[in-house]
Write a protein that binds this ligand. Structure first.
Ligand SMILES: [Zn+2]
Length: 465
């Protein structure tokens, strides 16, 4: 990037020799960003003049629609045999044990380190599905939303935009079973949770970096008597606020649901509440053909987390049927065993190829490029699921974009959609050289601007755990 700077209160002008716009690839693009970080003008076929040069192909930054930040510090610690039948459920016990001691400050330090890694990997927005609310013994902090504020502060420190979704968690199993000891830090009823969300909405109302939403942990953790009122209350506060829920990730959940109410989880949810385009069903791994078509028709987003789903042995999402019905999807790094746009999208497509013994599964009309199809669908689904004006380089959207290094061998001489294909399917070098988030450069020459400082705090936190 050229060494030119602009006064913080003035509009900033960026110049891209080639950029991906909603209308397609464009050359010599001048992008104007206001002091609050929004794009106010995009013009092709311009001269650079005094604009800041972005020397490489420019793409919209990706949205990471599903994150549990604290789990980043567990990555690599749960890959051991612990007995017969290691599964999602044995992993969950380790996760409960890991989080027992985390303080709000620890959570912030881990989240800041994670968000630096996300920005370097091409994610410019994160959807935080946040359930670690209370003190170690389960009593709420004096401010019930304290840990949420620390997570949002980590986003502020690093520059990533955040859709923060405090999680409603009230039971250990279907039908409102009593929570276990390992879950005591998560528990709120719907009234308590909505009060937290209200206070956070008030606190961050004028902050363009923050959007608030609601997360319902799962059908096992949220009884129907709380699920419906919480969703309705969120809708009254903001009729377009995101509502996310984990669903049908594991076969055991599906079987438990059938044993409890006679229906499969997605079937049951769609009958109980009005699922619409503001909803995101995270995982939705185990659906019948009929459920898959029904979910696609709601206009909701399927939140797919391929590396975590692979790590936990969840299974494969029914992608071909879902796409045939114009279903929307986005990607998340969830437990953060990997933090990479490239790895999530590549594994999503490769998993389907292995499963169906075919190539070119994730395809869109009007492009032959699987890379472009994957990237564009994940951008649109991510922006929709997180309720953010982001995911495209156009007027009115957040100025979130990434600049690829055109000297990376796999990107050499690549033009237009071949850039997406080469980025996602060729090689293991991270080609993301610069990242602009909210109009500010947060990654420069592969380094985050606060990388050392954030890493030092993380190191001290991690060693103390
Ligand atoms: Zn999750």
């Amino acid at each position: 990037m050229d060494e030119k700077t602009s006064c913080a209160e003035q509009p900033i002008h960026y110049f891209a020799e080639t950029a991906f716009l909603p209308t397609g690839w464009a050359n010599n693009v001048l992008i104007t960003v206001d002091s609050a970080g929004w794009i106010t003008q995009v013009q092709s076929n311009q001269k650079a003049d005094h604009a800041i040069g972005l020397n490489g192909p420019v793409l919209p930054g990706m949205l990471n629609l599903h994150s549990h930040a604290f789990q980043r510090a567990m990555a690599g610690l749960t890959e051991r045999v612990t007995g017969e039948g290691d599964s999602f459920w044995t992993w969950r016990e380790k996760m409960y044990h890991f989080l027992e001691k985390l303080t709000p400050e620890d959570q912030q330090a881990i989240a800041a380190q994670l968000y630096v890694e996300m920005l370097k990997a091409g994610f410019t927005t994160v959807g935080e599905f946040h359930y670690l609310h209370h003190q170690q013994d389960g009593t709420p902090y004096h401010d019930r939303a304290l840990t949420s504020r620390h997570i949002i502060q980590a986003a502020m420190e690093t520059g990533i935009a955040i859709t923060h979704m405090p999680v409603l968690y009230a039971a250990s199993g279907l039908g409102g079973q009593v929570p276990t000891d390992g879950q005591k830090r998560f528990i709120n009823n719907d009234t308590q949770l909505m009060e937290m969300i209200t206070s956070l909405m008030d606190a961050y109302r004028d902050n363009p970096q923050v959007t608030m939403g609601l997360a319902l942990h799962s059908l096992r953790a949220v009884p129907l008597s709380m699920l419906q009122p919480a969703a309705e209350s969120m809708r009254r506060m903001n009729k377009t606020a995101p509502i996310h829920i984990h669903i049908a990730e594991q076969l055991k959940e599906v079987n438990d649901c059938i044993a409890w109410c006679g229906e499969r989880p997605v079937d049951w949810l769609l009958k109980q509440v009005e699922v619409d385009a503001n909803w995101c069903l995270v995982h939705a791994t185990h659906m019948t053909e009929r459920e898959t078509r029904a979910l696609a028709k709601t206009g909701a987003v399927a939140g797919l987390c391929p590396t975590t789903e692979a790590n936990l042995g969840d299974g494969f999402f029914n992608l071909p049927t879902y796409l045939a019905e114009n279903g929307h999807f986005g990607i998340g790094s969830d437990s953060h065993v990997s933090v990479s746009v490239i790895e999530e999208l590549r594994l999503l497509e490769y998993g389907q190829r292995l499963l169906h013994q075919k190539r070119a599964i994730t395809r869109m009309p009007h492009t032959a490029s699987i890379g472009a199809s994957l990237y564009r669908m994940a951008l649109a689904g991510g922006a929709q699921a997180l309720g953010r004006a982001a995911g495209a380089i156009e007027v009115g959207k957040r100025a979130d974009f990434i600049v690829l290094d055109p000297t990376v061998p796999t990107l050499l001489d690549k033009k237009e959609d071949f850039i997406f294909d080469a980025m996602l399917f060729a090689g293991n070098v991270n080609p993301i050289r610069h990242v602009i988030a909210g109009g500010k450069q947060v990654v420069k020459d592969f380094r985050h601007v606060r990388e050392e400082e954030v890493a030092e705090i993380f190191k001290n936190t991690y060693r103390g755990l």
